[in-house]
Design a binder for this molecule. Structure first.
Ligand code: ADP
Length: 412
């Protein structure tokens, strides 16, 4: 025991749970308390006299000598191995981690280093276990995150599929609703046709019948002029009947969506002249259609549809104007479209009824004495839409009407 040390110090030295090893300048252990013997697994008194090196793993001894020399030069209390793990060697050669604090003293003129040693094997184990569980936790968290991501993705997929399904179902419902609606409209059309046919067909059919029997009489009398007059009446009645049938057929096809647009190139002026020739026989006495066209152009459109549109507008202009009144057809060619305007000086349409003009079966209140079905303009509007065109009109009751259509020149 260090000479002169008090009994108190001895008690602390012996009873300390920290290992205390006292080493002289040469690195020889001069004192070792029971705790240090326990830590290094030496027998009692066995450590004293041993070189401190025997408590260090071989690979660390060289470095330790350097540290010891530095400590001798600048001896101050300190903790060893800051920031790194210190390893020590047991008697049985096994290594274990330690924490060491250094201090020094001079006893009987001899410089002594005191090392306070704690075996931190358990702490290191706990730290490692903690580290491992932290790592494990990170692995779990990553795994969890991955699972959540996969789940979210699966959920999103499911939501997307569900949304698509709902959309599909809505589409199917809408389709079903539309086809039901179409069917209902077609049925309505059929019913309307029967009622209109029974009403509208009666006059032309009885005209045909009476004219036919009159022709017979005039034939017997040899009156050729009267015969011709009645032949013309029969022709116009048949034209009228054909017109009604055509309107119903067109509407039926439009409703069923069976009308395809077939674009062709037409020379506009010739095309219009042809139509005017066709309309001519159904005009009233002294009615004349004046064509004004800036220049002819090649138009790319569906000629059958355009023909029907013009036929309808021109027939109306004639039908709703008195004999002898003038009808104008204005045509302007632009680079990408044409404009056609049918102008008459007829009965016009009452202002309050204009909003219904394109409704199916609409007939203005001032037109009830004139034959018609109220289908023509509705068909015209739908035909113009089929050609991607537009339609405008203006009308004044008692003054006349003007219907203008814009049709694109489908050059592509
Ligand atoms: P319809 O001539 O067979 O009755 P339309 O659909 O062609 O059927 O016309 C609907 C209604 O619009 C006509 O009944 C008539 O009252 C009015 N109308 C159409 N065109 C003219 C016109 N040029 N002048 C006056 N009224 C017209």
């Amino acid at each position: 025991m260090i000479q002169g040390s008090s009994v108190k110090f001895k008690e602390i030295f012996e009873g300390s749970s920290e290992g205390i090893v006292i080493v002289n300048k040469e690195g020889i252990i001069v004192e070792a308390n029971p705790a240090s013997e326990r830590i290094f697994r030496y027998d009692s008194e066995e450590l004293v006299g041993q070189a401190l090196d025997s408590l260090l793993p071989g690979r660390l001894r060289e470095k330790h000598h350097q540290y010891r020399d530095q400590f001798h030069k600048n001896p101050s209390p300190r903790t060893m191995g800051m920031g790194r793990d210190l390893m020590a060697l047991r008697k049985d050669g096994s290594e274990f981690p330690v924490e060491v604090s250094l201090s020094h003293t001079v006893s009987d003129g001899q410089f002594l280093i005191m090392a306070f040693i704690i075996d931190i094997t358990q702490r290191k184990k706990a730290e490692n276990a903690l580290k491992q569980s932290e790592e494990q936790l990170i692995v779990y968290a990553t795994e969890l995150e991955r699972k959540v991501e996969a789940r979210t993705e699966a959920l999103n997929d499911l939501i997307h599929k569900l949304e698509e399904e709902v959309l599909e179902r809505k589409k199917a419902e809408e389709e079903a609703r539309k086809s039901l609606e179409r069917e209902r409209e077609l049925n309505e059309l059929k019913t309307k046709f029967v009622s209109i046919a029974s009403h509208e067909f009666r006059t032309p059919l009885s005209t045909i019948l009476s004219s036919a029997s009159l022709i017979q009489q005039y034939k017997d009398r040899g009156d050729f002029d009267k015969q011709e007059k009645h032949i013309n009446r029969i022709k116009s009645s048949i034209n009228h009947l054909t017109g009604i049938l055509n309107d119903f057929l067109s509407l039926g096809k439009l409703e069923e969506g069976k009308l395809d647009v077939a674009i062709e190139e037409i020379s506009l002026k010739e095309f219009l002249i042809e139509i005017l020739e066709e309309v001519k026989p159904s005009l009233k006495a002294d009615q004349l259609i004046d064509l004004t066209i800036n220049e002819s152009c090649e138009l790319h459109t569906d000629p059958r549809i355009l023909r029907n549109i013009l036929f309808n507008l021109l027939s109306n202009a004639s039908k709703y104007s008195d004999a002898g009144k003038k009808i104008d057809l204005y045509c302007t060619c632009f680079e990408d479209r044409i404009t056609l305007a049918v102008h008459d000086e007829g009965i016009g349409i009452p202002e309050s009824e204009l909003k219904h003009l394109f409704d199916r079966f609409f007939r203005a209140s001032n037109a009830t004495n004139i034959q018609g079905t109220g289908l023509g303009l509705h068909i015209v509007k739908r035909y113009v839409e089929l050609l991607n065109g537009s339609l405008a009109f203006s009308s004044k009751e008692g003054k006349g009407s003007i219907f203008t259509i814009n049709i694109p020149n489908n050059l592509s």
